[in-house]
Design a protein around this ligand. Structure first.
Ligand code: TXA
Ligand code: MG
Length: 351
């Protein structure tokens, strides 16, 4: 299949032409990758079971892993889900934005989209191009992240191309994604709201609006034999670079000492700008140090992580080291993604 490519510019009229072409593809049952504020999505008509099934084939995604439906406004959620009062609170505070709500689904959403579940995940992106595209489609758009299953989510159109060129109908290039980690997922169809995946809307922000919020165990820990995460996607080995990634929990000196013992041309450290000199001192060449940005700039770390994991693959490094992030604020989302990327392998130098 030939994959059409189109780049958005600051010209709204030209962009609308691109969105209209993309909407045509969607209405004909095709697949279009588009930018959002979190990561690139791979969109299809969420009301068309056959179109949704194509998403699973293009990504190599297990069919029990449900898709998020994307809408252009929070009010539309009523048409596809039984909306509880907690959704209205979330919407007032954070929607449009990097948050997905799980609610009981209405009959118009096919089970092919929800992986057989009777709930549906709903999100309204804040990215203006994403919303305009969805609006012009006039349909809810089912969209997982636009990567091959098991690879880091794409934060640039070039990442989508790497994974899906020739497998989908169109890629809309809207530049780099602002947040760089997928949306926060909160389940609203049970007794208490439950956080299933941390993201750009933090746990602290959620509790400020919803009161007490449970955290699904899969967010923080490896599940035991027979345990299942509430978000089916969280059980798969996601965000995985090809080389083993080891996380280190310890102070600076202990971190440098430990990674220094493995310094070699095939080892790489993911660290902060402030670490560069010390890592060079313990034996790392500059090209074996990838930085997430300045230490205090957590938003930058979030926006960089997936791209750096892809770089580790490209350079064929054989060993990757990184620090264990904190578990609060936006850093909880980083913690969740990187600990999964590491297969939960943490060297604890603190205890
Ligand atoms: O930021 C995002 O959410 C991006 C952009 C494109 O919007 N999308 C995204 O989709 O990350 P995906 O498919 O890569 O991740 C969706 C997650 C999966 O872990 C899936 O299991 C979970 O949402 N999910 C979807 N529907 C669900 C449902 N009804 N119940 C529980 N989990 C659900
Ligand atoms: Mg994904």
């Amino acid at each position: 299949m030939n994959t059409e490519k189109a780049r958005l510019t600051s010209n709204a009229e030209e962009n609308d032409k691109i969105f209209k072409r993309a909407a045509e593809i969607i209405r004909a049952g095709g697949l279009v990758a588009f930018p959002t504020e979190t990561v690139y999505g791979l969109g299809a008509n969420a009301l068309d079971a056959a179109a949704a099934s194509k998403i699973y084939a293009a990504k190599g995604r297990p069919s029990d892993n449900p898709l998020i439906i994307h809408l252009s406004s929070a009010e539309e959620a009523d048409s596809y889900a039984y909306v509880p009062s907690s959704y209205k609170k979330l919407a007032d505070a954070f929607i449009p934005g990097p948050i997905t709500a799980i609610m009981k689904k209405r009959d118009n959403i096919p089970f092919e989209v929800t992986g057989g579940l009777d709930s549906v995940a709903v999100r309204v992106p804040s990215h203006s191009a994403a919303r305009r595209f969805i609006e012009l489609c006039g349909l809810p758009i089912a969209a997982p992240s636009a990567n091959l299953s098991g690879r880091p989510s794409p934060t640039r159109a070039s990442h989508v191309e790497e994974d899906l060129d020739g497998r989908i109908d169109m890629i809309i290039d809207g530049g780099a994604c602002d947040i760089g980690l997928e949306s926060t997922i909160v389940k609203l169809d049970g007794e208490r709201p439950t956080l299933l995946r941390p993201g750009g809307v933090t746990y602290e922000q959620l509790t400020s609006v919803l009161g007490e919020v449970d955290i699904d165990k899969a967010v923080l820990e490896k599940l035991g034999e027979g345990e299942r995460p509430l978000a089916p996607g969280m059980k798969y080995r996601h965000y995985a670079p090809r080389a083993p990634l080891t996380l280190v929990d310890g102070d600076d000196e202990a971190f440098y000492e430990l990674v220094g013992r493995s310094a070699s041309p095939s080892a790489v450290v993911i660290a902060y700008d402030e670490d560069i000199d010390a890592l060079e001192r313990v034996g790392y060449a500059r090209e074996n140090i990838l930085t997430l940005g300045a230490r205090a700039d957590i938003s930058r770390h979030a926006a960089s992580l997936f791209e750096l994991l892809r770089e580790c693959d490209e350079h064929m490094f054989e060993k990757i080291y990184a620090r264990l992030p904190a578990r609060s604020g936006l850093s909880l989302a980083l913690y969740n993604r990187i600990i999964k990327a590491a297969g939960y392998s943490v060297v604890d130098l603190k205890h």
